[in-house]
Write a protein of this length. Structure first.
Length: 525
């Protein structure tokens, strides 16, 4: 029995289907619902196989479709779904492959409704797609997971993990790796990274998540592991890396490791929170001389818990969880008044990042003085004096040249020897232990900075967090400059053509009435 002529004509007249007719893995299908019979034809309409009781048999001998995919074929051959649908098959020899299958109802005058369609092999296409997906998920040099994929896999595990399961994270830096590239060349540096990745695959389980986080920084996430085992694996890594030898030269690899353990019955932690805890421990290992490991002493150091009311009573709950960049644009665009939006946004940033104070500072380079435009402080800290202060040329240049690629610099109270006593007092006011200064520019000129201050204890800021602060500062600076310039235009002080080139003053005090100090102040004369 031949395939219905109308169906053959529809295929022949379809250029997308005709390209597959010459493929030896392209078949034509005809299903008769009344007989529950499936016929398979080749591209010359010759019958290859007739399968009886195709849908009614519970365990058909001809069922080469994976059991999990048989519902798709049933849906196609009963008109419940239209294809094409992907299905998985297995040959009698045990070879697995994939096919694209489609079937549509066709009325036959003699036999009634038939379902006719095609099946074509897409195994090679699927394999190529899967290979590309795998390449996109892995770092090309080390073949470990890349930053994005590693974070997704770890977050997925943390969200779904058994509450009785414990896990751990290691953040690892190769010591003085920049010197490797400078002394031995980048090709040798690549080999060092590859050998370290090979060591990680040797020491850790296939279920663990191994990530090249960037440059010479790696992350290892260990699932379902007790604290004692995490300690053993950390020590083993620290010792094993020193045994790796290279025939090209006498280089000996060492690494610094920060470890964080998440015990059982502890939930609600994300990749970012565990990473910052482990990264803090890594910073301690580096400060202590490198080539060692340090465990995070306080899991809630970076828990990022949202404070309870009344501190957050006047804040929309979604602002305490949404991305800070998106929140900034929404607040500044929604509020007609910048003086209403800026105190609220600074408060949100302070709560989200557990800061004690945020100060927007204007720098007057010619006068060698500063003035503060806005300041927010938490209930834990005292506001700093808002009168102008002066600085030396040397202190300014030291600060200016310390800004990184994100436009930020991190100052620690116990490491300020490069500044004069006057500079130290100015930069670390109000009991500050750690301050991130994020630069503000206008038309390529340095205009000032925003100081993000922690007073309670020393904090180490990751590159990811510094990048975020840099982006937040750019947004604040853009809206602040626009706001100040518009104020001066309204006073007739300048023309609209010069809006972007001035930083005018604000002369009135703003009180938000929430108990948090949010104060604009005019610059010093």
């Amino acid at each position: 029995m031949d395939v219905p002529v109308r169906f053959i004509d529809s295929i022949v007249n379809n250029p997308l289907l005709m390209q597959f007719l010459v493929h030896r893995w392209f078949f034509l299908l005809e299903y008769d619902p009344r007989l529950d019979q499936l016929r398979v034809y080749d591209t010359r309409s010759c019958t290859l196989e007739t399968l009886d009781a195709y849908l009614s048999s519970e365990k058909p001998e001809h069922a080469t479709i994976f059991a999990e995919d048989r519902w798709k074929m049933r849906a196609l051959l009963t008109g419940e779904l239209y294809g094409p649908l992907e299905m998985r098959f297995v040959s009698p020899e045990g070879v697995y492959y994939s096919r694209e299958v489609d079937a549509r109802p066709v009325e036959d005058p003699a036999r009634g409704t038939l379902y006719v369609g095609y099946a074509k092999d897409i195994t090679d296409q699927k394999n190529q797609t899967q290979e590309l997906l795998e390449q996109a998920r892995h770092d090309s040099l080390t073949q470990l997971y890349n930053n994005r994929t590693g974070k997704e896999l770890i977050d997925r595990y943390l969200q779904a993990k058994d509450p009785y399961a414990s896990c751990g994270m290691l953040v690892i830096d190769l010591d003085f790796f920049k010197n490797v590239n400078d002394c031995y060349g980048h090709l040798f540096g690549d080999k060092v990274l590859q050998e370290f990745a090979r060591l990680l695959r040797t020491l850790f389980r296939s279920s663990d998540i191994l990530v090249r986080f960037g440059g010479d920084e790696f992350v290892v996430f260990l699932k379902d592991i007790p604290n004692t085992t995490l300690l053993q694996k950390t020590r083993q890594l620290s010792e094993s890396v020193q045994q790796v030898k290279f025939w090209e030269n006498d280089y000996r690899m060492t690494c610094s490791i920060g470890a964080c353990f998440l015990p059982e019955n502890t939930a609600g932690y994300s990749f970012d929170q565990l990473f910052e805890n482990a990264d803090w421990a890594l910073y301690q290992a580096k400060q202590n001389g490198r080539n060692q490991y340090v465990f995070c002493d306080n899991l809630r150091r970076y828990a990022q818990a949202v404070p309870a009311a009344p501190e957050t009573a006047d804040i929309d709950a979604r602002y305490l969880h949404n991305d800070l960049i998106s929140t900034a644009f929404e607040l500044f665009e929604k509020n007609n008044s910048f003086e209403t939006a800026i105190p609220l946004f600074l408060k949100i940033v302070g709560i989200r990042l557990q800061l004690d104070r945020i100060t927007i500072v204007d720098t007057h380079i010619r006068e060698r003085s500063i003035s503060r435009q806005f300041q927010w402080t938490s209930p834990r800290a005292e506001p700093v004096p808002l009168n102008g202060n002066s600085f030396t040329k040397e202190d300014f240049l030291t600060l200016f040249h310390s800004y990184d690629e994100y436009g930020t610099t991190v100052l620690q109270a116990d490491n300020m020897g490069m500044y004069s006593p006057q500079g130290r007092a100015l930069l670390m006011q109000g009991g500050a232990q750690t301050v991130v200064y994020a630069a503000m520019y206008g038309e390529g000129e340095y205009q000032g900075a925003i100081a993000y201050v922690v007073c309670g204890s020393k904090r180490y800021w990751t590159p990811q967090k510094r990048r975020e602060l840099g982006e937040i500062t750019k947004i604040i600076n853009a809206y602040l400059s626009k706001h100040l310039a518009v104020n001066d235009v309204s006073r007739g002080m300048t023309s609209a053509a010069s809006l972007s080139s001035i930083r005018p003053s604000i002369t009135r005090r703003y009180a938000c009435g929430c108990g948090w100090v949010c104060t604009p102040l005019s610059p010093a004369a």
